[in-house]
Design a protein around this ligand. Structure first.
Ligand code: ZN
Length: 73
């Protein structure tokens, strides 16, 4: 390969500046109501508690195991 054009030669290769990851949106699906926790979404029946199903227009989908539940309406 030819030389990469541009860029500074001072920076060390293989190191990227650290960036904080955005917080998981998982916790947005929980809501504390008094002493109990209300869950806004369904859990995946295959993955078990902790894995939420993404709610779509006509289906609910698990991103972890690709489980899909179709809603008929
Ligand atoms: Zn799943």
């Amino acid at each position: 390969m030819a030389k990469a054009k541009g860029g500074s030669t001072k920076e060390k290769k293989g190191k990227k500046p650290h960036k904080n990851k955005p917080t998981s949106k998982k916790y947005a699906k929980y809501r504390a109501e008094g002493e109990t926790i209300a869950r806004q979404a369904k859990f995946c029946p295959r993955c078990g508690p902790g894995v939420f199903l993404a709610v779509h227009k006509n289906r609910e989908y698990c991103g972890a195991c690709h489980y899909t539940e179709f809603k008929e309406s």
